[in-house]
Write a protein that binds this ligand. Structure first.
Ligand SMILES: [Zn+2]
Length: 556
């Protein structure tokens, strides 16, 4: 007797095979049979006209903090995600000594756009070490399966305290960090994550700790994965980090390397393709590198109170530690503005903002005539410089003006090429972070709806593989990511004619009533995690036990 029988679905096996019409049976949380199935079942469901695929594996999320207060990990499960990898870019909350908690929360507030009030009210600090954090996740449970990285910036803060954001580490400190990485990976972390990106700044605009690491520190920490014999290395790469260095780390550790964030820039259109070519060349020499790409245009809503869009600029550093009046005076300062103008005029391999003022829109303003118009337009009309136009408008409105900037990944021809690249991994949702700036938690539904159905860039079978079997293989996630007998029953049932992510909307449901952007699924009929249904056509079913597992065992 099966627990569940889904009949007459278009089966997408997650391995890229051509779709076939058939049935799928679930028993004891696993897929019991696939094909034409005869047999009794507790529950059966006619899926005529619907497609069934493995649940989406979201390999780039930042749910490390949220998951301690929200085991439903909103909004990902309702958007078809059944496994999430947390700790990306090395921005974790473990390990952490009690005295460093405030520092870690302030860093997350800045670098991942998480409300400090929400973090203070929400995080359950029932751990200090990585193994203790993993135990907490296991004890608390979650709606979806979780795999966690050991995060470099937290490891560095744990070992070096305040000096983590100030200097390179000495031999003893590197050795201590190495032991923590090894301990974490042996306890079940999926690997080691870091960032060398200049866009990643913590409290007061200081660089996130991992950015202070020298090559020796990185080589030692990544090298510990060889000793562990498991785990992968992910990094968000700054322009100065050479692909040849990453290839060396891949060679020395013998482990896979995920290189983020390959986002297409219209002003440096060749940059990401150079990176993908370098990755292909390294792989031809026997390494295992993959480039993390996004299927979503990167657009950010922001106010000048917290303009993540500009905070990666060297010239903006002067403003970041300032508050109130002093901050406003800095934004008005002609010398500050000239320095910013000079910097953005210089070409750069990777930068969030690339002087595309026609892509910066005013969304909310006290001056209705300015709304829905671009800074380029408003500047032209006023006969003013665009940077002055944006800053003057914001200063005149007490910095309450809301802008939206379409920053990267908006050229669909280029992004389509990236999504089909054999060395690319569909990634970068950043779910759980930048909660008021953007929301790409529904990236998987967007891939199915936009890139497969509407644009035909990927077949439905290939899109499903990119979201399931492909990441499962790279991350060594066992017995998931395919519709195969014996595999865990993580499933997504959807209507291929309508599937998509809905528009973003603002809700105020974070701890301390803080806001975030969320979106609803379109065309999702059901999501199952380990055989338990967690959503239906009305969205999340927040009842019953939490079916997700903490994943601790990965294939080499
Ligand atoms: Zn990230």
């Amino acid at each position: 007797m099966y627990d569940l029988l889904i009949r007459n679905a278009l089966l997408l096996d997650g391995l890229g095979s051509p779709p076939v019409r058939g049935d799928l049976a679930v028993a004891g949380g696993r897929i019991a049979a696939v094909g034409a199935i005869d047999g009794a079942s507790q529950e059966s469901l006619d899926a005529e006209g619907l497609a069934l695929m493995p649940g989406i594996i979201d390999n780039h999320t930042h749910y490390d903090a949220q998951i301690t207060w929200d085991p439903w990990v909103s909004p990902s499960p309702a958007l078809g995600v059944t496994t999430a990898v947390i700790g990306n870019c090395g921005f974790t909350i473990a390990p952490c000594k009690p005295g460093d908690r405030e520092r870690v929360m302030r860093n997350l507030t800045q670098v991942e756009g998480m409300s400090l009030d929400a973090l203070r009210a929400g995080i359950r600090w029932e751990f200090q070490t990585v193994p203790q954090y993993l135990d907490l996740l296991e004890r608390r449970g979650a709606a979806l399966n979780i795999a966690a990285f050991v995060g470099h910036s937290s490891v560095r803060t744990y070992v070096m305290g305040e000096a983590a954001t100030e200097r390179a580490a000495n031999d003893a400190e590197i050795e201590a960090m190495r032991n923590i990485v090894l301990e974490g990976v042996r306890a079940g972390a999926i690997g080691f994550a870091t960032s060398t990106s200049p866009a990643h700044n913590g409290a007061n605009g200081l660089p996130m700790p991992s950015r202070l690491a020298d090559d020796r520190e990185l080589a030692t920490l990544v090298g510990s994965l060889r000793e562990a014999g498991r785990g992968l290395f992910m990094l968000t790469k700054g322009g100065h980090t050479q692909m040849s260095f990453l290839e060396r780390l891949a060679a020395e550790s013998g482990r896979p390397v995920v290189v983020a964030a390959l986002l297409h820039s219209s002003t440096q259109p060749q940059g990401v393709f150079d990176d993908l070519e370098a990755i292909a060349a390294a792989n031809a020499r026997g390494r295992r590198l993959v480039g993390a790409v996004s299927c979503c245009p990167l657009s950010m809503d922001f106010t000048l109170r917290s303009p993540y869009t500009f905070e990666g600029l060297q010239a903006w550093k002067a403003a970041m530690p300032l508050k109130g009046e002093a901050y406003a005076r800095k934004l008005a300062d002609p010398a500050f503005r000239s320095a910013v103008r000079e910097e953005i005029a210089r070409p750069e391999h990777f930068r969030l903002f690339n002087v595309e003022w026609h892509k910066v829109q005013v969304v909310e303003s006290a001056r209705p005539h300015a709304e829905q118009r671009s800074i380029a337009e408003l500047a032209k009309e006023a006969g003013k410089d665009p940077l002055d136009t944006m800053l003057d408008l914001a200063l005149a409105e007490n910095l309450d003006t809301v802008f939206s900037a379409l920053l990267l990944n908006s050229d669909e021809a280029a992004v389509g090429r990236m999504l089909r690249d054999p060395h690319a991994l569909v990634s970068l949702s950043d779910a759980g972070a930048h909660l008021t700036f953007f929301n790409d938690s529904g990236f998987g539904l967007h891939l199915l709806g936009r890139w497969s159905r509407e644009l035909g860039v990927l077949s439905l079978a290939e899109a499903a593989w990119r979201l399931t079997g492909h990441p499962a293989e790279i991350y060594g996630i066992r017995e998931r990511g395919a519709l195969r007998p014996g595999y865990h029953a993580d499933l997504l049932l959807f209507d291929p004619q309508t599937v998509n992510r809905g528009p973003n909307r603002r809700v105020f449901d974070l701890p301390a009533g803080q806001p975030r952007l969320t979106a609803d699924a379109i065309g999702v009929e059901g999501v199952w995690v380990n055989g338990q249904r967690i959503t239906d056509e009305n969205g999340l079913r927040k009842s019953g036990r939490l079916p997700g597992r903490l994943l601790r065992e990965f294939s080499a």
